[in-house]
Design a protein around this ligand. Structure first.
Ligand code: 0RA
Length: 656
């Protein structure tokens, strides 16, 4: 059989193959066009692309287990127990189906007519892109009692599919090593990033077992002397119900039971879970074919419409809105609501800046009807919860009116009173926002050093007083009554609220394109940085999404000997510097506790000068996880926060 295949393959090595090479070459020339970017995100995207193929196989009902392993050399192995990618020769292409899947762009699943492909990477480019961007890829297929194998380098097959042994199971194993000449930023996989995505996939696709194992280093297990690999197993029995419970782990529930629906409307599978809590933020996450649609779209509109009309009708029917003197805004129905909406669409149209907005118009009505029906039933069957929810909506509407007044104050102040800028702001002289930076600095004394040390041409300083308001726990009008927060709004030139959407952010007049949080490198400092980030996350989310928010990283140590000085950002650097400078003799190590300990020149040199400084851009990799972490870090419960800080805090050791 194989020799027959080889003959056919050899005969037809022609136009098809040249096309393939051109296709993969295009991917290597412009990788960002296919996988988004070539940084940390793109690197991890490769894994998701491979896993998505296995998820498809699982959604077809052919596979139950998907295992992902980070190998010692930062290569990745994805194994599933599906049917195995077919290895027989395809007449038209003159090569194995496996090779077609691995070398032809968009080929995945095409040849399996019966398959209902719903999963699929963000860009839907398939595993051939992963192949093109890997220095090595090995495919191992268990099928028909045999093990088939084929290897690739940079997308080029090194030999025809061969039989490498016998097997009594079926499944696909793909191992790939990202090409370091493409992923120049990093080729190192982050366990937590992969774990978060696999957990999300487990919630979104109940009944599938996903595991993640890290073979790069072993850890000691509790009560055991044996070492073992770090590993997690993700599995969800009840899907989005558990997802919502997980997201709300540290929030206080408003009602006993979450509201859940799972249905199919005109061939469109819909799953929704929602739960009200006693907080003030809206945490609604939507997915299409397992892709997080951060820009929303027709499914989200359908959800909102269903929610708003059903709750409104119910409240009116029961005379619960009689005492209300003003209208209710649709957003009032979503305050303190955590919800996940997941739909599977056969031919999704993705629109928007990041292609994460669903455009299929038929989806709105389907989702809206499904939500209305399930919610109506719930309200009828749980009158006590229904009252709680409506009361909460009325409270939200009342608070919104108070907030609007407070907000109008902020905006009026921006427009009037001379420049309208806060007195504490030391502005820069350049007026081109793309060149300008605003430093948000903890404390007046550090603010003073920053003002003296900066380049006043393009760097502005806004000192903030100690701990700013924890917006996670405050009602909205409190947020806009806070002086520090008003100062941030006015300094940035950002306004909110339009006729239609009272929460829309207006970034057109943004005065600085880099907003840099600069706090002490200690526990207090990182707490303040987190408070400021929480504010931006909840109230200026778009500003983060557009990449305007950064964190400055002041050094932790100054190692000096006579006139020679070296700043160090971690313990390894410190040790190295001390060794190189004097073999331990007359070397002075100064530990910076705060920004205030540096003089203006030092602050400029280490933390503000664009040629030396290290800026960390704040990004939102996974919206649901970011939401969960912020609510946990800023919420009322102490134990989970302590646990998180103990496992993640880089600064914990310098305070003791
Ligand atoms: C199409 C047809 C068949 C299997 C697959 C695709 C398949 C693809 C992937 C990608 C990762 N894991 C996979 N598992 C299966 C088989 C059709 C048949 O056996 O009749």
């Amino acid at each position: 059989m194989i020799s027959e295949n080889e003959k056919q393959a050899a005969n037809s090595y022609s136009a098809e193959n040249i096309q393939v090479l051109e296709g993969l070459e295009a991917v290597r020339k412009r990788p960002s066009m296919y996988i988004g970017d070539i940084g940390q995100r793109g690197l991890h995207h490769l894994v998701y692309e491979v896993v998505d193929n296995s998820i498809d196989e699982a959604l077809g009902g052919y596979c139950k287990n998907i295992d992902v392993t980070i190998n010692e050399d930062n290569s990745i192995t994805v194994t599933d127990d599906g049917r195995g990618i077919p290895t027989d020769i395809m007449q038209k292409e003159g090569k194995s189906a496996l090779e077609v899947v691995l070398t032809v762009l968009h080929a995945g699943g095409k040849f399996d007519k019966g398959s209902y492909k719903v999963s699929g990477g963000l860009h839907g480019v398939g595993v051939s892109c992963v192949n093109a961007l890997s220095s090595l890829l090995i495919a191992e297929i268990h099928r028909e009692g045999k093990v088939f194998q084929q290897e690739y380098q940079y997308g080029i097959p090194q030999y025809e599919v061969k039989v490498a042994g016998e097997s009594n199971r079926t499944g696909t194993t793909i191992t790939f090593k990202p090409d370091a000449t493409i992923f120049t930023v990093t080729t190192k996989y982050d366990y937590d990033t992969l774990a978060t995505r696999l957990r999300e996939l487990a919630f979104l696709n109940k009944g599938i077992h996903l595991t993640l194992t890290d073979k790069r280093e072993q850890e000691e297990s509790e009560n055991e002397t044996e070492k073992h690999y770090r590993s997690d197993h993700f599995y969800s029995e009840s899907g989005l119900l558990e997802f919502v419970a997980f997201l709300d782990g540290t929030r206080e529930k408003l009602t006993e039971k979450p509201i859940y629906l799972e249905t199919e409307k005109t061939g469109l599978p819909i799953e929704v879970a929602m739960q009200y809590n006693n907080g003030f933020s809206e945490n609604v996450h939507s997915y299409v074919n397992n892709i997080n649609t951060i820009e929303g779209g027709t499914h989200l509109s359908g959800f909102r419409r269903g929610l708003t009309t059903t709750l409104k009708n119910f409240a009116e029917k029961n005379g619960m809105l009689a005492k209300l003197k003003f209208d209710i805004d649709p957003a009032d129905f979503r305050e303190g609501l955590t919800a996940v909406i997941s739909v599977k669409v056969g031919e999704p149209q993705f629109e928007g800046q990041t292609k994460t907005k669903l455009g299929n118009s038929e989806v709105t009505a389907s989702v809206s009807q499904a939500v209305s029906m399930a919610l109506d039933n719930y309200l009828e069957e749980n009158p006590k919860d229904a009252k709680q929810i409506i009361d909460k909506v009325i409270l939200a509407a009342t608070a919104r009116h108070a907030a609007r007044k407070a907000r109008e104050m902020v905006q009026r102040k921006t427009v009037m009173s001379g420049s309208g800028l806060p007195g504490k702001l030391a502005d820069c002289s350049d007026r081109d926002p793309s060149k300008c930076e605003l430093y948000l600095v903890e404390g007046d004394s550090a603010g003073g050093s920053a003002k003296q040390g900066r380049d006043r041409m393009f760097q502005a300083i806004l000192p903030l007083r100690g701990k700013i308001l924890n917006v996670e726990k405050a009602m909205e009008h409190k947020v806009f009554e806070s002086d520090e927060i008003r100062n941030i709004f006015t300094a940035l030139g950002v306004t909110i609220g339009t006729e239609e959407d009272s929460k829309a952010l207006n970034l057109e007049k943004l005065r600085y394109h880099k907003i840099i949080i600069m706090t002490d490198a200690d526990v207090d400092g990182s707490h303040i940085a987190t408070l400021i980030m929480t504010f931006f996350f909840r109230h200026m989310n778009d500003l983060i999404k557009r990449g305007h928010l950064y964190i400055a990283t002041p050094p932790l140590y100054l190692v000096s000997k006579g006139k020679e000085k070296r700043y160090c950002w971690n313990d390894t650097e410190r040790q190295q510097a001390a060794e190189e400078m004097g073999k331990g003799k007359n070397v002075n190590v100064q530990r910076y506790k705060g920004l205030g300990e540096m003089n203006p020149e030092q602050l400029w040199e280490t933390t503000m000068n664009p040629t030396n400084r290290i800026l960390r851009q704040v990004t939102i990799d996974n919206a649901a996880e970011a939401d969960r972490i912020f609510s946990m870090l800023m919420g009322d419960e102490v134990p989970p926060r302590r646990e998180f800080i103990e496992t993640h805090a880089k600064y914990a050791n310098i305070d003791t």
